[in-house]
Design a binder for this molecule. Structure first.
Ligand code: F6R
Length: 260
């Protein structure tokens, strides 16, 4: 696991955007794993800028969202399918139908989850998966105690996650209780994972998941077993890391030619 500590979230943007540019240059038909939430927004804005000003193209790429609330009506502004289109994919040149997400309105939610997982596998697998981290260490909506081998499935959100996400809704009552989420086992099959964490309220989770034991209580700790994960955190989120200075030195000495 490579840990990159930057001063501010803005400093993370070019590092992560460069990974997309490199991948799409080498493999224009790459499969991208997309996260919603506030953390990746700066990266998406930069990718949109590179598309408009530098011709970075997503025309042959496909994408899979990590998760979706259950029961939000089609087009609801906080449905993750709507969010990702508004904040990113509609502003670049993905082909119609190339942007996928779990169907939180399916009549048979359990089957919809299985079908979505199979679709990811059948696509050849995700080349680059971007993740945020929850303040309780969740990735996608795999809350604490999720199986580290789990596949896409129906989950219940914790009250902490509902409270964290209430800022996007009129009140916590509007935040759904159920979701469909890629499992930790599904996420772990991505070839390169980039997990971002910004702000002091992520510091405990970042510390536990990077430097603590691998355990279901801290879902992102599973990433310690992944062969190519890059964690990019700002100083606030890194404030509890015991090996802080080592991560800084390693990054500063990294050869220019080596990307994340
Ligand atoms: C979003 C997702 C969540 C968020 C996490 C952090 O698709 O799966 O795991 O990445 O809750 O949310 P923010 O970025 O809003 O702090």
């Amino acid at each position: 696991m490579e840990v990159v500590i930057v001063d501010t979230p803005t400093d993370a943007v070019p590092i992560v955007a460069d990974a997309y540019s490199k991948l799409l240059t080498e493999k224009p038909d790459a499969i991208l794993g997309l996260a919603t939430g506030s953390t990746p927004l700066g990266v998406y804005k930069e990718l949109i800028r590179r598309h408009k000003e530098q011709g970075l193209s997503f025309a042959q790429a496909r994408s899979f969202n990590l998760d979706e609330y259950v029961g939000l009506p089609e087009g609801h502004p906080e449905a993750y399918a709507t969010f990702i289109r508004r904040e990113f994919t509609d502003q670049v040149d993905f082909r119609p139908g190339a942007v996928k997400g779990p169907n939180g309105l399916a009549e048979d939610l359990l089957q919809a989850a299985i079908d979505y997982d199979n679709e990811i596998v059948d696509s050849g697998g995700i080349d680059l998966q971007i993740l945020g981290i929850g303040s309780d260490g969740h990735i996608a909506f795999n809350e604490p105690m999720s199986s580290l081998g789990s596949r896409t499935r129906l989950k219940t959100l914790t009250e902490q996650t509902r409270a964290d996400n209430a800022r996007f809704f009129d009140s916590i009552d509007g935040v759904p209780r159920l979701c469909l989420t890629q499992g930790i086992g599904t996420i772990m099959e991505a070839r390169h994972i980039v997990m971002l964490g910004f702000g002091e309220n992520k510091a405990d989770a970042v510390h536990a998941c990077i430097e603590g034991p691998i355990m279901a209580k801290w879902p992102a700790s599973a990433l310690q077993l992944h062969p190519h994960t890059t964690v990019v955190v700002d100083e606030a989120a890194a404030s509890r890391l015991e090996e802080h200075d080592y991560y800084k030195t390693t990054w500063s000495k990294k050869p220019d030619w080596q990307s994340i």
